[in-house]
Design a protein around this ligand. Structure first.
Ligand SMILES: [Zn+2]
Length: 422
């Protein structure tokens, strides 16, 4: 069927570009919260120069030019709460759970590709099945799979019967020694950070959101072991009392925070503990219906929505750093856009505003991940991880709905004008 010429064409179908000068753009400076007309020289995957079209063109020699037709050029988005192997109770969850090792790898690779095309150039995965996330992260690095840069926790650590147990995405531990071993097991497998479930959650029928699940000694073992190995710890956590104990033990980040109080948010702000509020998970009835999620879980989730937003506002008032994370598959088409953009719209409209929301989805996460020198903003020397849209995301978070062009490490992976199929 195919001759050697065809094979060569296939092998070079996605050549690595050596350079391009992006012109006719409004370049968003996410750190300053401003945007200005300008051009960007991308070379060898990184930003080589920024400035006026004439300056950048002169510096870039014979590098080809690409017009962005007046688009706003922003840093690629970073999603801090991702599960590519997510399996919620219900029909779709049963399908995902039923996949074998090869099947789940392909399923997760598909999610990674969709996330990148949605404009997410970096993800933080917080509990994935059977260390397939580590394999996927390496495949993306080698260019064998298309997806965002991944920082991943491996399996989440839980107590016996704890939140998310029994899915392969978690490892059950009991007692401080077992939790320390659990941390080491994830690091041995290749984890970049540690995720621990310290309270109940929405998706467990036998537990309440407020059920405390770890002793102080267990939490201390997780945090001190992870820190000794240079890894940060983030905790799935709902109630203030449990969070307060963990923050005092050195916790780096709280997921969800469904039931915060002014006291615990003040403590988090003082301790530098970040919050990934995942607001969308208590306001996603449409998504749950699509997945066939059972009634009891929907009621618990949607019923927690009001308190969840109160918690989020308390965190903002106290000055806690908030970061964008969707928990839902970030690329999921939901209420007319992707889950990550919907999450950012909620964060913005419930008090953060568009400038700080864009920072919470770009430079803030990059710094938390220790990657602030490589990504998260458009600056000379950083990776060319970029998205483009027709209207300014600093003025209105909903303008992110218009993302139509995506570049990762200098490679254009999406361009709706040319219908590039990456
Ligand atoms: Zn989650």
């Amino acid at each position: 069927m195919s001759d050697p010429t065809d094979l060569r064409l296939v092998a070079t179908a996605r050549p690595r570009p050596t350079g391009v000068v992006l012109v006719d753009a409004h370049v968003v400076d996410v750190v300053a919260g401003t945007s200005a007309p300008g051009a960007v020289w991308v070379r060898d995957g990184a930003i080589a120069a920024l400035g006026s079209r004439d300056e950048v063109r002169a510096a870039a020699g014979d590098t080809p030019t690409e017009s962005l037709d007046g688009a706003y050029l922003a840093p690629g988005l970073i999603n801090m709460h991702t599960h590519f192997s997510l399996a919620l109770p219900g029909e779709r969850g049963r399908y995902v759970t039923g996949l074998d090792d090869a099947g789940i790898a392909l399923h997760m690779a598909d999610g990674a590709r969709r996330a990148l095309l949605a404009g997410i150039t970096t993800v933080r995965c917080v509990a994935e099945r059977d260390h397939v996330d580590i394999t996927l992260r390496q495949a993306i690095r080698r260019g064998e799979a298309l997806g965002p840069d991944m920082f991943t926790a491996g399996q989440g650590l839980v107590c016996t019967g704890g939140h998310g147990h029994g899915s392969g995405s978690t490892l059950e531990c009991d007692g401080p020694d077992a939790f320390a071993r659990g941390v080491r097991t994830q690091i041995k497998a290749g984890a970049d950070l540690i995720k621990v479930m310290i309270s109940g959650g929405i998706a467990g029928e036998h537990e309440g959101i407020a059920t405390p699940q770890l002793t102080d000694a267990e939490m201390a073992a997780v945090i001190s072991t992870a820190h000794a190995w240079g890894r940060k710890v983030t905790a799935h956590a709902g109630p203030a009392e449990v969070i307060e104990r963990a923050v005092r033990l050195g916790l780096d980040c709280v997921e969800h925070g469904y039931e915060l109080t002014p006291e615990v948010t003040a403590l988090m702000a003082e301790s530098g503990t970040a919050l990934v509020p995942t607001l969308v998970v208590t306001r996603c009835g449409e998504f749950f219906d699509e997945l066939g999620v059972p009634r009891w879980m929907q009621e618990r989730s949607l019923g927690a929505g009001e308190r969840h937003v109160q918690s989020y506002r308390m965190a903002l008032d106290a000055g806690v750093e908030v970061l964008v994370g969707s928990d839902m598959p970030p690329f999921w088409l939901f209420e007319g856009t992707s889950a990550i953009v919907r999450e950012m719209e909620h964060m913005s409209s419930f008090g953060l505003g568009p400038v700080a929301t864009l920072q919470a989805g770009t430079i803030g996460p990059a710094r938390w991940l220790g990657a602030g020198d490589r990504t998260g903003s458009i600056e000379v020397g950083k990776q060319a991880d970029l998205v483009a849209m027709d209207r300014d995301p600093l003025r209105d978070t909903a303008h992110l709905r218009g993302i139509r062009w995506v570049m990762k490490h200098g490679e254009i992976v999406r361009d709706d004008r040319r219908a590039v199929a990456a």
